[in-house]
Design a binder for this molecule. Structure first.
Ligand code: FAD
Length: 375
């Protein structure tokens, strides 16, 4: 049997379920099906982002923690930011996805199936899953992208722990503590205190090569020891790899990638910021704009990140790779050049010209000029 639908969304992750929840709120939603094989619990991890008060409120059901201050640390200094407008927020991916799913209503629905293939079928797309077939006039594909071979990645392992003693400074999120082994690439500890006895500690590496699990675990143990934090209980472990490079030409798993009725969304459409790995807010903006477009009869997917910004990020990454000796100082200089509001805007891809000028002025000129000439 072929089920006729208007829109098939492949993958009910951040992009897919955000889009579906927004379509479900519209006055006359299109017949939409989200096809996702896994439950939110199976995909739980923490998503960090900067948000202003109204969005913090909107996301509060999924929030694991919120911090008015954040810091970057190296052997010489500690840069602490405080923002008037933004908080740093950590969300439970599972809770966020459950919340989106709870807002779906007919004719927008979710099925637990896995897409095997997409094929053009007249003026429709035939979507074949492990259980059945659908015909849709539009497909939005959010299946995770492949990146180019040997591409730059951000990879990490994190522990959610309960501590023996109370944690100090629970109002500060540590975004990057560089006082760890730098021999395998740019390495830092990301630490979020969720309460005075619970925190997430992640060892994050920006490099081309994934290390064995034990490498990250040892880095976490070393950092905990240095900071006098004793683990009472390991509550959960999370691992992840985020692409920070070009997507492979054939990254869409569909054979008809040139078909206008099949478009990628979310990370698969290039929504991950290449210099930082942050994607949540870019995906939110892309899905808001797409849902508004669909309501007005325009099904094209807006670019998640401006080309100009991606070009700047590529130059930054080029310097990172060609001058690993400067890598830590690039992030520290950037953090030092900006205040909390400016830094949050910068990380969100909303930096003003003045913010950019501050960052450019703080960077070492020759490596960037060389990279620019190289590009
Ligand atoms: C562990 C981790 C932590 C991250 N942390 C942050 C963070 O702190 N801040 C931030 O801004 N960004 C973060 N990111 C980057 C980005 O925000 C997330 O990757 C985000 O989930 C991307 O959303 P998406 O919808 O594009 O992809 P996903 O959320 O990955 O959704 C894709 C979906 O496709 C489904 N799928 C796969 N195969 C099939 C199939 N055959 N049929 C149907 N469905 C299929 C998958 O199950 C998945 O649910 C993180 C990424 C990872 C991996």
């Amino acid at each position: 049997m072929l089920n006729e639908i208007d829109i098939a969304i492949i993958g009910g992750g951040n992009a897919g379920l955000t889009l579906a929840a927004q379509l479900a709120q519209q006055a006359s939603p299109p017949r939409t099906l989200i096809i996702e094989p896994r439950t939110p619990e199976q995909r739980d991890c923490s998503w960090g982002l900067w948000a202003k008060a109204p969005q913090v409120k909107q996301l509060e059901r999924a929030a694991l923690g919120r911090w008015p201050r954040w810091q970057l640390i190296d052997h010489d200094q500690r840069v602490i930011h405080h923002s008037r407008d933004y908080s740093y927020l950590s969300l439970s991916a599972a809770r966020y996805l459950q919340d989106c799913a709870s807002r779906l209503r007919e004719p927008v629905s979710l099925v637990q199936e896995s897409v095997n293939s997409l094929q053009a079928d007249g003026d429709q797309i035939r979507v074949e899953t492990d259980k059945q077939c659908y015909r849709a006039s539009q497909v939005y594909d959010s299946r995770p992208p492949k990146i180019i071979e040997n591409g730059l990645r951000q990879h990490f392992l994190g522990w959610h722990i309960q501590t023996n003693q109370p944690i100090a400074e629970t109002d500060i999120a540590t975004l990057m503590d560089f006082r760890v082994d730098q021999s395998r690439g740019l390495h830092f500890i990301y630490a979020l205190p969720f309460s005075d006895h619970q925190m997430l500690v992640e060892s994050t590496l920006i490099s081309r090569q994934i290390e064995p699990k034990e490498w990250y675990q040892q880095a976490i143990e070393g950092w905990l020891q240095t900071n006098g934090i004793e683990v009472d209980l390991l509550l959960s472990e999370e691992v992840g790899v985020i692409p920070m490079d070009k997507l492979a030409e054939d990254h869409l798993q569909s054979p008809s990638t040139d078909h206008a009725q099949i478009a990628s969304i979310g990370a698969a459409s290039g929504a991950v910021r290449r210099s930082s790995g942050y994607a949540f807010q870019h995906i939110q903006q892309q899905m808001r704009a797409l849902a508004a477009g669909i309501a007005n009869g325009d099904r094209r997917v807006p670019a998640p990140i401006a080309n100009r910004l991606t070009a700047m990020d590529n130059i930054f990454n080029g310097v990172l790779l060609s001058r690993p000796d400067l890598a830590v100082s690039l992030y520290m200089r950037m953090a030092k050049a900006l205040n909390g509001d400016q830094f949050a805007r910068f990380m969100l891809g909303q930096a003003s010209t003045a913010d950019w000028l501050r960052v450019i002025a703080a960077m070492p000129k020759m490596p960037f000029l060389r990279q620019l000439l190289h590009v």
